[in-house]
Design a protein around this ligand. Structure first.
Ligand code: NAD
Length: 346
């Protein structure tokens, strides 16, 4: 059992990972400012973990960028390792408001690393993103592919990755995993926790499920003339519970092995088109989902698919859940919680 700090633990990926880590026996301090999440998510994580494991999660409501809030989080318990989810993640928003993205994602991560140095904690798992590959030269994409972001969000992830490499090079003893997620989707099979984006969703899955549940009239499919089998964009969708398991595995490897810098793709290795996803979702929810084919969005790419073989070798981990499970679990969450966790004032 380890004592872990989870930044952004109330968010979509963070909440599912908190549950997996509690079930694995760890004690958690969650630091979250609820700027894009609800305390209700953590309450449900504790409920799902049960009366024995649930109380092992402690919440500090605070901002990653605040040294005082970070000091409070590190004072709550002797932290052995950090899982760093907190950050902003909407590509379009990052184009409109880049300074906010540099502030939260870069300055927030810098403040976190400075606090870690102060308390002598040298183990961190960081949420990176396949976005930093930009327009890949070929698929599947291995970790050796060029890092070439095409938007401020991607640049902020690449910059934090570099900052992590720099601290590793500055002194021995750092244990760092930079996990490059492909497209995290789905929900816990109980339907109690899931993705609850504020405002209009940016990504296919939450949009699709909100259309299916009647919150939005129809899905917009951006581009039907891509060089793919059916003309729609192809992505590598990874069930959020598989992703959560990947974090548990990465932490175990970091803590068991000598200090190192690990850089791993977390994806399924399978590409699925938008229309394939729509069809699978229709099977899961049992009714047609209206959609409109509209022009491509600037900055989108035809296909991104992970080569996950390095993560499979290094973590003895691979995805277990397919698109049918993703849609079934995603629908269980959305149909039981049509308004997500409830109003958040946005
Ligand atoms: N969801 C995806 O498609 C995806 C893909 C690749 C990478 N990622 C990365 O994974 C991480 C988690 O993503 P998610 O989908 O769970 O996002 P999310 O928005 O659901 O979770 C982020 C959490 O961080 C919190 N947060 C934001 N700014 C904060 C601050 N200044 N101080 C404290 N807490 C703060 C939010 O309230 C939220 O609970 C992010 O870093 C994101 O960039 C996500």
């Amino acid at each position: 059992m380890s004592q872990l700090l989870i930044t952004g633990g109330a968010g979509f990926i963070g909440s599912h990972t908190c549950l997996v880590l509690l079930e694995a026996g760890h004690r958690l301090v969650v630091l979250d400012d609820f700027s894009n999440s609800s305390p209700e998510a953590l309450r449900r994580v504790q409920e799902l973990a049960g009366p024995l494991a649930g109380p092992r999660l402690q919440l500090i409501e605070g901002d990653l960028r605040s040294p005082a809030d970070l000091a409070q989080a590190f004072a709550a318990a002797p932290i052995e390792a950090v899982v760093h989810f907190a950050g902003l993640k909407a590509v379009g928003e990052s184009v409109a408001d880049p300074l906010r993205y540099w502030d939260v994602n870069l300055s927030g991560s810098r403040a976190l690393l400075a606090a870690m140095v102060q308390v002598g904690c040298r183990t961190i798992v960081f949420s990176s993103s396949a976005t930093l590959y930009g327009s890949p030269e070929s698929v599947p994409i291995a970790e050796t592919a060029r890092v070439a972001p095409v938007n401020p969000y991607g640049y902020s992830k690449a910059a934090v990755e570099q900052m992590l490499a720099d601290v590793c090079a500055s002194e021995p003893g750092w244990r760092v995993a930079r996990l490059r997620y492909f497209n995290p989707v789905g929900a816990h099979p109980s339907g109690r926790i899931g993705e609850d984006p504020g405002g209009i969703p940016n990504n296919l899955f939450p949009f699709l499920s909100q259309v299916a549940v009647g919150r939005r009239p129809s899905l917009q499919v951006f581009g039907s003339d891509w060089p793919t089998a059916d003309g729609t964009g192809v992505r590598d969708y990874i069930h959020v519970m598989d992703l959560a398991d990947g974090h548990r595995a990465a932490l175990e490897v970091l803590m068991a092995e000598p200090p190192q810098l690990l850089t791993l793709n977390l994806g399924s290795g399978r590409g699925q088109s938008v229309l394939e996803v729509v069809a699978a979702f229709e099977r899961a929810c049992g009714s047609p989902v209206p959609y409109d084919l509209v022009p491509r969005r600037p900055g989108d790419v035809a296909a991104t698919v992970a080569d996950p073989s390095l993560a499979e070798r290094r973590l003895a981990w691979r995805t277990q859940r397919d698109l049918e499970a993703i849609c079934r679990d995603g629908w269980a969450w959305q149909s039981a919680n049509p308004q997500g966790y409830g109003p958040r004032g946005d």
